[in-house]
Design a binder for this molecule. Structure first.
Ligand code: FAD
Ligand code: UDP
Length: 395
């Protein structure tokens, strides 16, 4: 619902949640349901769901407006919790790298080695990897590049040049040696025949989409959701006090937006990478052989995702794809802050804003933006469940 901030009475609520992404939605549901508290959720965008938001395009394909999202987790608690609000479609994500027109599974695995090096040499190198690390193990590109053995160094060099260098430079504007090691460690070499991108115990998309799942989570008598309201237009933070429309608010505030914006960027802007998404609808049944194809040696976009693979929809004669063009995020524009740039200086800047937030009474900053962390969806739901648990226990 798009609302006028003037018709809000904060005194009608015990809790204010800023942001209706998965973090804010999970906290809101828990506080409302288990905590019995009256929760107001304010969302700046015209819709709920945060970056996981999906909607039908003109061809009837369910597309992800803020980039392709595949849910995967080993966390049984998170999976059981979300499963209260959705069934899952069982999709297992597969990614191929397009290397000069040849397709290689990513993460780079035994099958990729055979394509890259030929069957005979491939088997020799696979044997070497198994001998060194063990069958079924995962090895980061950084680890592999430290190897002095000439065969292992050959594999490392191939993977570095054909999978990581160009893609990482497009995604981050710098090469793999300059990004935080945790970034490339997300996609290790996998000594396996398993061609899935994720090996988690649970994987898939909500059967009727993320937006529908989030709407069900927010559908509770103790929850009021207002979209189209930037909380900064109603919140003021004064001398260790939170005011809502000028009136002191003594309830709980959970804030899932960026902290630098909340505090007027007083120490400077937190840097991010953003992405321009180019959506295209095509008059064909299928565009590419897997959900995502990464362009790891060519093109100025990083990857193309074809949504019908992910959603398992049957839409004959139409398909919808998205190309991703990463670039630097420009503050104070319409750019979306997608990827925090993890380095010591930026974490230090974020810590200074966190210290300001910590001074506010009953104020809790959480989520991918507020924590300035590269979280997957299951991680933010897990953290939100824990925060809500603490807030309920304390009451
Ligand atoms: P968000 O989803 O960013 O939600 C925060 C909400 O707060 C937004 O709706 C925002 O509008 C609102 N907000 C901010 N400031 C204000 C304000 N002042 N007033 C009111 N509202 C405000 N994770 C996976 O597990 N699998 C994937 O495949 C995957 N793919 C991804 C692809 C891309 C391109 C990106 C960028 C992320 C991907 N993620 C993926 C991560 C996933 O998007 C996040 O973990 C998750 O959506 C974070 O939820 P959140 O609620 O913390 O933040
Ligand atoms: N990466 C790469 N080539 C690939 C896939 C990933 O270089 O084919 C690197 C790149 O730096 C990327 C990081 O690994 O940013 C993490 O990849 P992931 O697919 O987890 O990124 P996300 O889906 O979160 O954008």
């Amino acid at each position: 619902m798009i609302a006028d901030p003037d018709d809000l009475r904060a005194s009608d609520f015990d809790c204010l949640v800023v942001g209706a992404g998965l973090s804010g939605t999970t906290v809101a549901r828990e506080l409302a349901e288990r905590g019995g508290r009256r929760v107001l959720v304010l969302e700046a965008r015209r819709h709920v769901g945060g970056n996981a938001y999906d909607e039908l395009d003109s061809s009837g394909v369910l597309i992800h407006l803020y980039g392709p999202h595949i849910f995967h987790t080993n966390n049984q608690t998170v999976f059981d919790y979300l499963s209260r609000f959705t069934d899952w479609n069982g999709y297992q994500h597969e990614v191929l790298a397009n290397v000069h027109g040849q397709y290689l599974p990513v993460p780079f695995n035994k099958q990729s080695i055979r394509v890259a090096f030929g069957p005979q040499r491939g088997e020799e190198l696979i044997a070497k990897l198994i001998d060194r690390y063990g069958d079924g193990e995962k090895v980061t590109i950084r680890q592999l590049r430290d190897e002095s053995d000439p065969d292992l160094a050959e594999v490392a060099d191939y993977v570095y040049r054909n999978v990581f260098v160009t893609y990482t430079t497009k995604q981050w504007g710098v090469g793999p040696d300059e990004v935080d090691p945790s970034v490339t460690a997300r996609v290790p070499v996998f000594i396996s025949e398993d061609c899935r991108y994720f090996q988690d115990a649970h994987q898939g998309l909500p059967a009727d989409g993320y937006t529908a799942m989030v709407q069900r989570m927010l559908d509770h008598p103790n929850i009021t959701v207002r979209c189209g309201i930037d909380a900064r237009s109603v919140l003021s933070l004064e001398a260790e006090q939170v005011l809502v429309q000028g009136v002191p608010f003594d309830g709980t505030v959970v804030y899932t937006g960026p902290l630098d914006e909340l505090f007027g960027n007083q120490f400077g802007h937190l840097p991010y990478r953003t992405i321009d998404f180019a959506f295209e609808s095509l008059p064909v049944d299928e565009y590419q052989p897997s959900g995502t194809v990464n362009y790891t040696v060519s093109e100025d976009f990083t990857r193309i995702t074809e949504f019908k693979h992910l959603t398992k929809q049957q839409v004959p004669g139409h398909t919808s794809i998205v190309r991703e063009y990463p670039r630097d995020y420009q503050p104070d524009t319409d750019d979306e802050a997608y990827y925090p740039i993890i380095d010591d200086a930026n974490l230090d800047l974020h810590r200074r804003y966190s210290e300001l937030a910590a001074e506010l009474p009953d104020f809790h900053a959480i989520g991918r933006l507020a924590d300035y962390r590269y979280f997957n969806m299951d991680q933010v739901v897990n953290r939100a469940l824990k925060l809500a648990g603490r807030l309920i226990d304390r009451h």
